[in-house]
Design a protein around this ligand. Structure first.
Ligand SMILES: Nc1nc2c(ncn2[C@@H]2O[C@H](COP(=O)(O)OP(=O)(O)OP(=O)(O)O)[C@@H](O)[C@H]2O)c(=O)[nH]1
Ligand SMILES: [Mg+2]
Length: 349
């Protein structure tokens, strides 16, 4: 009783959810439930074979829901968010009925929805479904979404803006993972996407840790507390980890900044959740981090918590920070073109 309802929408949402499920055993615990909502049946089959390859025999709490099958015949929504939205509208009643009955059985504490913005299915469905879960199931929702590599072009970038606007219009303020930041690490889009997925799934696993250990943390914390920090317009997350305390004391700030899921600036003030995790975490370092959040991120409200357990190795700081500007996202959410194309456009040749 009282786990997390995870929802993945579209190809990326479903893929990230399945990677998290396969990688972190603690997630699979039966009080959590995973639902992949997609127009593509192929994606569902892919995930099923992936579970098979990984030797995960029991995945009974990972459910597959196909939407819009009548019109889209089980294929993707062709990067057209209108098609994704109408697929959702068609099957919404049936889907919400299932989610309601799951919630009645499991009494979820919170829902976490995951999607990329940019494609046909996930872009609008994440906003629609998140707000329906909030309004009709009465659960608080934390949406997490990716925004496209800028070179993916006007269609995907434009779709992502549409999806973001839809979330904001519904009073949902997502945690954003900017795929573009992964260009720093990778030669290819595929490599960047893999790296992005590792970081997002680690965040998901930290949230599950919070449910598992939150009652023993200092101060004790309930994952629902996080939702009162959510404030416009959007948020980011970051993780800093090292196994050696001496190095960690010197480098945590660089790691914290380098691993941010989004680069932007606070609109005015921010609200922060920060989790410290180690076998035992030094008090003065906690103080340093809190004062850093106050000065660098104009943090107004901070919920800090320390989770200490003999089984933990190394030192981890995981933070989620809301109150960041969408206008201020860097690089801006618009298409990056090769220089030659820009010149041609400029001179109309
Ligand atoms: N981080 C991350 N981004 C992904 C992944 N797969 C796709 N993307 C990004 O997601 C965007 C496309 O979204 P998809 O999820 O593929 O699209 P969809 O919602 O399934 O839409 P349709 O296929 O048109 O129905 C692009 O910006 C991709 O770079 C993934 O596994 N991880
Ligand atoms: Mg797809």
């Amino acid at each position: 009783m009282g786990g997390i309802l995870f929802i993945g929408t579209g190809s990326a949402g479903e893929r990230i959810l399945s990677i998290a499920y396969a990688t972190f055993k603690n997630l699979r615990s039966k009080e959590n439930c995973f639902v992949a909502v997609n127009t593509s049946k192929k994606d569902h089959e892919r995930v099923q074979s992936y579970f098979e390859e990984r030797g995960i025999k029991d995945h009974s709490n990972f459910l597959f829901e196909t939407i819009g099958e009548e019109t889209l015949s089980g294929y993707g929504a062709g990067k057209d968010p209108k098609l994704g939205q109408s697929a959702y509208e068609t099957d919404k009643e049936k889907l919400l009925k299932k989610l309601k009955s799951l919630h009645k059985k499991e009494n979820f504490k919170i829902a976490i929805t995951l999607s990329s913005l940019g494609g046909g299915c996930g872009t609008m469905v994440i906003g629609e479904l998140s707000s329906d879960i909030r309004d009709e199931l009465g659960i608080r929702v934390v949406p997490i979404c990716t925004i496209p590599f800028r070179r993916e072009g006007d269609l995907l970038v434009g779709n992502a803006i549409l999806g973001l606007r839809n979330l904001l219009d519904k009073g949902l303020n997502p945690l954003i993972f900017d795929n573009e930041l992964m260009m720093r690490f990778s030669q290819t889009v595929g490599e960047g996407v893999d790296r992005a997925n590792i970081i997002i799934t680690s965040l998901v696993s930290s949230l599950v840790d919070l449910v598992e250990y939150g009652g023993f943390s200092n101060p004790p914390i309930d994952i629902i507390d996080i939702t009162r920090l959510i404030t416009p317009q959007c948020g980011f997350f970051t993780v800093a980890y090292l196994d050696n305390l001496r190095d960690f004391k010197k480098k945590w700030k660089d790691l914290f900044e380098f691993n941010k899921s989004l680069v932007s600036q606070p609109i005015i003030q921010t609200n922060c959740f920060v989790m410290f995790k180690a076998r035992s975490f030094p008090h003065e370092l906690v103080e340093d981090v809190l004062s850093y959040l106050r000065t660098k991120y104009s943090a107004k409200e901070i919920i800090p918590t320390t989770i200490e357990d003999k089984s933990f190795s190394g030192y981890t700081i995981a933070a989620m920070i809301w109150g960041m500007s969408i206008e201020g996202i860097k690089p801006p959410l618009k298409t990056k073109r090769p220089l030659s194309e820009e010149i041609r456009k400029m001179f109309k040749i």
